[in-house]
Design a protein around this ligand. Structure first.
Ligand code: FMN
Length: 334
């Protein structure tokens, strides 16, 4: 399947694995890239630019296919040394960067001068248009369903994707709620040039996380995610657990006076305890509503091959068939 995204990134299938804190390590990213998608390592999971350089080198040893690095611009006062992370990306010869969080505008000249393709993750049409204006090559449009930070507009992909298609000139991928061939074909129908998956890729054999995380995803339903940090305008969709219940209780109690420090214990530094130790109640961790569609733990290659084979069947057998029957009815009526 050829789309503007497969052409732009030099990949075989229009499937991207979005950056994920403590999940997007070399093992997962290279499994995705070797299976024909675009794997992405998560820049800030590496505590220093030097460690990111090492992770990039690890990827190089595990794949000869294109892969990317996610750079998340956090709403924190003490900002990580982004220029040094970007230098590590450029020196590592990485040609694709997924940016997220705040606008990447101030870093665009450096990224573009190095010939890097930038795909910016956006949760609204207005942010997507801004990304297009500042020179991003593509956008990843994240609907309200998505795991992680869905923004504050609450527009689901059934509306957001066609709206993006109506407004954007640069290609975009559909992100949030994507799990299978139905997601891909529907995204293409709504104008996307591919899809980005987060949560689905965690429940794969190669995802370098504790088995408890994968089992929690398989066991959960579409009713099991919650939105936290809404009062701080830093909304995050997470999987419900006892820590999230406590966090939501604090939010209710504090109301408009809620400060980040009130919920610090439930959200700060919890990823290693969840992803590495498998302590599933250690804190709030990002997870999409798409858990309701995830029932197995395949290899990344099995997952991607299955999606592409079923997408072809969906298009050929179901969609063309529908059209064929309509045409037959039309011709009989005539
Ligand atoms: C556990 C987890 C961690 C994530 N961490 C990041 C991150 O550090 N930076 C980022 O830009 N997006 C992050 N995301 C968002 C994903 O890249 C992707 O946009 C999102 O998962 C898509 O929605 P889905 O989970 O429904 O597929 C994370 C998502 C999950 C599930």
């Amino acid at each position: 399947m050829k789309t503007a995204i497969t052409e732009m990134f030099g990949i075989r299938h229009p499937i991207i694995q979005g950056g994920m804190h403590y999940v997007g390590l070399a093992e997962l990213a290279t499994a995705v890239s070797n299976a024909g998608g675009l794997g992405i390592i998560t820049g800030l999971t590496q505590k220093t630019p030097e460690l990111l350089a090492k992770e990039i080198a690890r990827c190089r040893a595990m794949t000869d296919q294109p892969f990317g690095v996610n750079l998340t611009f956090l709403p924190t006062l003490s900002s990580p040394p982004y220029p040094e992370y970007i230098a590590a990306i450029i020196e590592g010869g990485v040609r694709i960067v997924e940016t997220a969080g705040r606008s990447p505008e101030q870093y665009m000249p450096a990224l573009k001068a190095a010939g890097i393709k930038v795909i910016h993750k956006c949760t609204s049409v207005r942010h997507s248009l801004k990304a297009e204006r500042i020179g991003c090559d593509a956008v990843s449009v994240d609907g309200f369903e998505c795991g992680g930070h869905p923004g504050e507009d609450d527009v689901p992909n059934m509306i957001l994707l066609p709206r993006a298609a109506d407004e954007l000139k640069i290609p975009f991928v559909a992100s949030g709620g994507m799990a299978d061939a139905r997601s891909l074909v529907a995204s293409l129908a709504m104008g996307a040039a591919g899809m980005n998956m987060g949560t689905r890729f965690i429940a794969t054999k190669e995802a370098p996380v504790h088995e408890n995380v994968k089992q929690a995803i398989v066991a959960a339903t579409e009713l099991d995610t919650r939105l936290v940090m809404r009062p701080l305008r830093n909304t995050e969709r997470v999987l419900k657990n006892t820590s999230v219940d406590r966090l939501l209780g604090i939010e209710r109690e504090k109301g408009a006076s809620l400060q980040f420090s009130d919920i610090h214990d439930q959200v700060a530094g919890v990823y290693p305890r969840i992803m590495i130790d498998g302590d599933m109640n250690a804190g709030a961790w990002s997870c999409g509503m798409v858990v309701g569609l995830i029932h197995d733990i395949p290899t990344v290659k099995e997952l991607i091959d299955r999606i592409m084979a079923e997408a072809e069947r969906l298009i050929r057998d179901r969609l063309l068939d529908l059209l064929g029957q309509d045409q037959m009815r039309g011709s009989k009526a005539a």
